[in-house]
Design a protein. Sequence first.
Lengths: 249, 502
Amino acid sequence: MHIAFGIMFYIAGLLLVIGLIVKIKQYASTPAPLKIPTTPAPVTRTGVVWRMFTEIVFFNSLWKSNKWIWIFGWLFHFALLLAFFRHLRYAIDPAGMFGFLWPLVNNWAVQTAGKYAGWMMLIGLLGLFARRIVVDRVRYISSPSDFAILLLIIGIALTGVLMSFVAHTDIVQLKEFTIGLLTFNWQPMPTDGLLITHLALVLILMVIFPVSKLLHAPGIFFSPTRNQVDNPREQRHIADWARKLESSN
Amino acid sequence: MADFETPEIKEYPVIPRLKPDVMSHSKPFVAKEQFQEPLGFPGELVDNWQDKAIEKMGELQGKYRSLQVFLDICVKCGACTDKCHYYLGTTDPKNMPVARQDLFRQVYRRYFTFAGKFFGKLGMPGFVGARELDKEVLDDWYSYFHQCSQCRRCSVYCPYGIDTAEISMAAREVLDAVGVGQKYCNEIIGKVFKIGNNLGLPEPALADTLEGLEEEVKDDTGIDVKYPLDVKGAEVLLVTPSADFFAEPHVDGLIGYGKVFHEAGISWTVSSYASEAANFGMFIGSYENMRRVSMRIREAALELGVKRIIFGECGHAWRVAYSFLNTLAGPFDFLDPRYPVPQHICEFTYDLIQKGALKFDKSANDHRVMTYHDSCNVARASRMGPMPGGQFKIPREIIKATCNHFYDMPADTIHEGTYCCGGGGGLLTDDLMELRVKGAMPRMQALKHVVDNYGVTHMAAICAICKSQFSKVMPYYGFTMDQIVSVHQLVSDAIVMTNNEV
Ligand code: SF4
Ligand code: SF4
């Protein structure tokens, strides 16, 4: 069992990393031939950094746009961050290389916040799911995969919450398993149904990440309407393929 | 007067329920071979159009990061679904920005992504929102990518800044590449290449018109204000939309520019070779055509030996001018480096006002209670002045300097949230009248609000398309066509002429 999971984690991890590298390279190497920031836009680099910060941390544009999506979406993403920190507990070996991080993760605040974040996440996700069904406009633009991805993450959150609040898994053994994975020293894993489901769903999520709309995570950093400086008159902006047109006539 | 119903203006804005396909019949005339060929496009639908279209899509995805990223990252959150004036006015779900993008994205997903290819092979591409490119899809493209005015309102409200305009431009470029171009745009671009402006006004007609203006202003004011054409050595080259030369209310704006130049004592000229500010190359997404149109301005500036370039009141033109001209036709190192290249006529007038160089008698505009329509491409795709948001402030300051009564429309319908007039992006053609009337609904609703509450009588704009569109569609909503005015018409009416030396 743990060997099968171990192998699958390596494969999924590899697909995730390679997939992301391929996509990020593609985004980075595709030219943006024209200045198209949505104005009013910052006129300096620093201003752009601030704009991106407000978008990524506060979902600024979404706030202007739709308060319901903002609440559900932001709850979910913030909870995701908290849950991530909580999970670091299973990946950091206090005696290992990153042991110095251990106190930052293994404390009451991070662990409690992460624990209740599961609920926050579920509220956010169920809200988004409900909108897909109830609001006719959102229902119209949803394809089955949009529901499927939501269900997948709901499944992950739900099994996580159940493990935190209802049926605990063997945390000590789980940690040995994950550290073992990270250090290529395979160890047995707990075999309760909740954990197995939780991990299996995470595997699926890792694999579909680079081939689905989940690419919005790296993609937003490359969105020209948000990351460009508004200075076309001051600085000539030209792409390589466009420059070639200039020499041709 | 028409075979469609003008949307009703409700007391408060409401998000309408979906009525699928109610606008699928809306299609502009297809360009015949004679209009395709000068732009380098095939004259009719090519035989292997599927392959060609997919090949072109791949090419564009490699050339435009915006397209590649936007096609991948939409999460279908729905935040943009109620932001498009065409959706609000027509209730057709394919006019929701994300649904419009999806017409293109479904093909992208089918042919360019692992998910689409995989589920396509399983015979269920729809599971991941993918679809084969068939004739029905192509027809949808032609219909609905000509129901987008590339106004970028959706982009403001999308959490990732996804700009449907970028997708519309790409789709139109693919359509052109397979031989289904839009007559209105492509015919006009052809005219610019041949004659120099969208209206096809040749040099003698221009000379005549400008002379006529000089006489008119002389009769009105008793002062010799010049409207020069092709004058070598002038300080300023004025590039203005050709509608300014004769259409109402545009021409009143042109009269205003002349008076401002006269008062400033700055010599200027129009060029018959580059007698058009608008650049329809942008509407069809064609960098090459946009560049060819832009180069005429550079050539005219060099030929006439001017020191500055100033653009007249035009929205999409100002986007191309402000955001793209330096890229397309720069560098402009041969012009006076003390001024931005190009400048907007509003920036020019506003500078003079601030220096106290212009005198106004505001009471001349006392019969007007004004409001101001932010043109979409000025608001969301360009800037005026050194500060972000100058494009909102400067025109309003000019209006306030020349009028005693000014009221803004509701906050969510102005500035970056402004609604397009309904005729932008290459849709200002009579074969799309239904779309234009319906698309104007949100703006008309906002206007009605200030008319009812503050007694507003006139709306000013700084875009040739907005002005033409409004004078045509306002009557459908119970307004009159002369309620839309140029900002520089207000300047023209209030300016006190003092300097009589030419
Ligand atoms: S707001 Fe942006 S991410 Fe959301 S559905 Fe619209 S285009 Fe997609
Ligand atoms: S760019 Fe404007 S017209 Fe086009 S989809 Fe977006 S809001 Fe609608």
